[in-house]
Ligand binder design. Structure first.
Ligand SMILES: Cc1ccc(Cn2cc(C(N)=O)ccc2=O)c(C)c1
Length: 324
């Protein structure tokens, strides 16, 4: 006969495993109703033994009461902005500057290519594998502490899926809302006579800036990681793409459109393909982000003013908004 602690731990591990398969691999192995039954079973057992509730239990996603205000968070490593390109010409010039700076004569630089998600940049800190803080980008040096709201986002794990977690790991990425989630939210708001949002990005920003996590929890927010800030007690892979794959393995969701491209023409092909896919993704993107993949080359190139020399956002032309 299992002890209560063993029953609780087994339910918690099972739920974390199913959440990983559903939210990170996009390959659920049980029906939603079965997951729901297990979650309710854990909630019931924790209500019987409240002293055994741990902050990283899958049930602990909603804070108790609303905050009066947000505390400030100082980013130990600044969250920088990206330079933009609006034409192939500007992208060629970007690559040329890199080749000259690195002394590369040929065109076989490898780029990690990602869609540029149209949401809100956030920083999530895990200490010994446990989610300990969430913050907005703010001005890049100082952001707002939105930990309670970050905890309500279902595809952000409260605990990393690894037996030897880093002492400290800061995951950076975008919180966004799907177009379907946005439309449902606005319909509900209209029905309740509440204010509606102009677009998914505003809806995501407004939901993260809610002082009451119970409201944030009802919003269909999604997180995709695109980088790492602080990393202590772990040796990271030496390319950006491999780092993203590692994040996925330990339970952090990344975007499934990310690709490696070798040479300028493959990168421009990725940009055009993402332009074709754009209307069918189900979420808003406003371009692509193209990064030098080798970390050593990123470090060699460094930053100028606030933007990295090793990355650029190649944006799409502004879409004419359909006014109905
Ligand atoms: C009632 C209910 C429960 C769960 C979910 C979504 N979902 C499913 C799983 C699953 N199938 O492994 C895991 C986590 C999760 O968040 C929905 C949409 C509705």
């Amino acid at each position: 006969q299992q002890s209560i602690e063993q029953q609780l731990e087994q339910l918690r591990q099972q739920l974390r495993h199913y959440e990983y398969q559903y939210h990170v691999l996009d390959k659920p192995t049980i029906p939603d109703a079965e997951y729901d039954r297990l979650m309710n079973q854990l909630k019931t057992l924790e209500q019987q033994y409240p002293e055994l509730i741990s902050a990283d239990s899958p049930t602990q996603r909603v804070g108790a009461k609303p905050l009066a205000s947000f505390a400030q968070v100082r980013h130990e490593i600044p969250m920088l902005s990206l330079d933009n390109a609006f034409s192939d010409q500007e992208f060629y010039a970007f690559v040329k500057r890199i080749q000259e700076r690195l002394g590369y004569g040929n065109d076989d630089l490898t780029f990690c290519c990602e869609p540029k998600l149209d949401g809100l940049a956030v920083s999530i800190l895990y200490e010994n594998g446990i989610l300990s803080q969430g913050a907005t980008r703010g001005d890049g040096s100082t952001g707002e502490d939105i930990t309670l709201n970050i905890r309500t986002i279902r595809n952000i794990p409260l605990q990393l899926l690894t037996d030897n977690p880093p002492a400290r790991l800061e995951v950076r990425g975008e919180v966004f809302m799907s177009q379907a989630g946005f439309e449902q939210l606005n319909e509900r708001a209209l029905a309740r006579g509440e204010k509606t949002f102009a677009n998914p990005r505003n809806a995501a920003a407004g939901s993260l800036r809610q002082l009451d996590p119970k409201i944030t929890r009802q919003r269909p927010l999604v997180f995709n990681a695109y980088g790492i800030g602080i990393a202590e007690g772990v040796v990271l892979p030496d390319t950006h793409f491999a780092r993203l794959q590692w994040l996925k393995q330990i339970g952090i969701p990344i975007n499934q459109e990310i690709e490696l491209c070798r040479g300028t023409e493959q990168v421009l092909e990725f940009y055009r393909q993402m332009g074709q896919k754009r209307d069918g993704l189900g979420y808003d993107i406003d371009g692509t982000v193209l990064k030098i993949n080798e970390i050593a080359l990123q470090q060699q190139l460094g930053f100028v003013s606030k933007a990295p020399r090793w990355a650029i956002a190649y944006k799409f032309p502004a879409q004419e908004q359909l006014t109905i």
